[in-house]
Design a binder for this molecule. Structure first.
Ligand code: NAP
Length: 326
C-alpha cells in the first residue's frame, strides 16, 4: 500500500492548483514545497495579469492565498527537498536524504518549475522587484515612458525587447557577442524597431544603485576592449534563459533537449501515473495562469488514472502497470 494517492512536488501556481483540485477530489494530496517555496511569483511585486484582481495583487500575497485555499480543502503541505525519486517501481518512492522516512505514492505530479537565470553579479538579484525583472509580460507595464535595458541575445531577449517597446521610451539590448542567437524573423523585427538600440560585445558589470534601492543605470564592460561605460536607465530585464528544475528526474522521465519534461495527452509523462505541470514542461507560455491551468489538468489526469488503477501489489513492476493506464 502506498502512503499517498497523490504527491505533488512544487508549490508555485501549478503545484498549488493541482493540490486544490486533488484535495477537492478527496485524494488528500501531499504537497512538498522546496527551498524556493511559492515559485517565481515570490520574486515579483505587483501581479496585474492574474484574472480576478482588477487592481493587481502582490506576487507573494497571491501565492499565500493559493496555498491557504489548497490547505482549506485538505492538502497537507510539508517543506523539504526531495533528494531522489524511484519511478521505476510502484508505488513511487520519494526520499529526502535528511533522515526523514521516504514517502510512497500511487501517482506523482511534478510541478518543480523553471528558474530564470541571473547574471550572478550580486546587484541584479538584490534589485529584483525594484527595477530588475526576469519577466517582461509581468513587469513591462511599470516602465511606461522610461528607458530600460534587456540583457541577452536569444529569442526571449529579442521578443521581450520588442514587447517592451509598447511601454518603454527606449529599449537597449545588451548582448555579450556581436551576433544574436535569436531567430532571423525576430532579429528583423527588432532591427526594424526604432525604439530598440543594441550594445554588442558587452556584459553588465553592475546594476546601479544598490544604495538607493532602485535601478538608475547599468555599468557595462566591453568584452573586447575591457572599457567600462555607464548607461542611465530605469529598468533592467534579464532574459538569458531559464533552467527547468528537472535534475531529480533525469534518466527516469523523458526530457527534451533543453531539459524540460516531455508531456503528451495533457500532462502525462512517459511514466504512467507521473504527470507534469507548469514551467517544468512549458518553455513557451511560462505564465502563472497557464501554469495554474496545467496544474488543474494534472490533478484531473491523476484522478482519472487512479480511478482506473486496480489494487496493486507492491512487487508489481512498472512494465506490468503500464498496460493498466487508460
Ligand atoms: P537562449 O536561446 O538560451 O538564449 C540565451 C541568451 O542569453 C543567449 O543569447 C546567450 O548568449 C545569453 N546569455 C546566456 N548566459 C548569459 C550570461 N551569463 N550573461 C549574458 N548573456 C548570457 O534562451 P531563450 O532566449 O530564453 O530561449 C530558450 C528557448 O526558447 C530557445 O529554444 C528559444 O528559441 C525558445 N523561445 C522561442 C520563442 C519564440 O519562438 N517566440 C520565444 C522565446 C524563447 P550567447 O548567444 O552568447 O550564448
Amino acid at each position: 500500500m502506498a502512503d499517498r494517492k497523490v504527491v505533488i512536488i512544487g508549490s508555485g501556481p501549478a503545484g498549488l492548483t493541482a493540490a486544490l483540485y486533488a484535495a477537492r477530489a478527496n485524494l488528500s494530496p501531499l504537497l512538498i514545497e522546496g527551498l524556493e517555496a511559492g515559485g517565481q511569483l515570490m520574486l515579483t511585486t505587483m501581479v496585474e495579469n492574474w484574472p480576478g484582481y482588477r487592481d493587481g495583487i502582490m506576487g507573494p500575497d497571491l501565492m499565500a492565498e493559493m496555498r491557504a485555499q489548497a490547505e482549506r480543502f485538505g492538502t497537507e503541505v510539508i517543506q523539504g527537498n526531495v533528494k531522489s525519486v524511484d519511478l521505476q517501481m510502484r508505488p513511487f518512492t520519494l526520499s529526502f536524504g535528511d533522515g526523514r522516512t521516504a514517502v510512497t505514492t500511487e501517482s506523482l505530479i511534478i510541478a518543480t518549475g523553471a528558474s530564470a537565470r541571473w547574471l550572478e553579479i550580486g546587484s541584479d538579484r538584490k534589485l529584483s522587484g525594484h527595477g530588475v525583472s526576469t519577466c517582461a509580460t509581468c513587469d513591462g507595464y511599470f516602465f511606461r515612458g522610461k528607458p530600460i535595458a534587456v540583457i541577452g541575445g536569444g529569442d526571449s531577449a529579442v521578443e521581450e525587447a520588442v514587447y517592451l517597446t509598447k511601454f518603454a521610451s527606449k529599449v537597449t539590448v545588451v548582448h555579450r557577442r556581436d551576433t544574436l542567437r535569436a531567430s532571423k524573423i525576430m532579429q528583423d523585427k527588432a532591427f526594424a524597431n526604432p525604439k530598440i538600440e543594441f550594445i554588442w560585445d558587452s556584459e553588465v558589470a553592475e546594476v546601479k544603485d544598490l544604495a538607493k534601492g532602485e535601478v538608475t543605470g547599468i555599468v557595462l564592460r566591453n568584452l573586447k576592449t575591457g572599457h567600462l561605460s555607464e548607461v542611465p536607465l530605469d529598468g533592467v530585464f534579464i532574459a538569458i534563459g531559464h533552467t527547468p528544475n528537472t535534475t531529480l528526474f533525469k534518466g527516469q522521465v523523458d526530457l527534451d533537449g533543453n531539459g524540460y519534461i516531455v508531456t503528451h495527452h495533457g500532462t502525462r509523462t512517459n511514466i504512467p501515473g507521473v504527470f507534469a505541470a507548469g514551467d517544468v514542461q512549458d518553455h513557451i507560455y511560462r505564465q502563472a495562469i497557464t501554469a495554474a491551468g496545467s496544474g488543474c489538468m494534472a490533478a484531473l489526469d491523476a484522478e482519472r488514472y487512479l480511478e482506473h488503477l486496480p489494487e496493486i501489489d507492491e512487487s508489481t513492476d512498472s512494465a506490468a502497470c503500464a498496460t493498466l493506464v487508460p
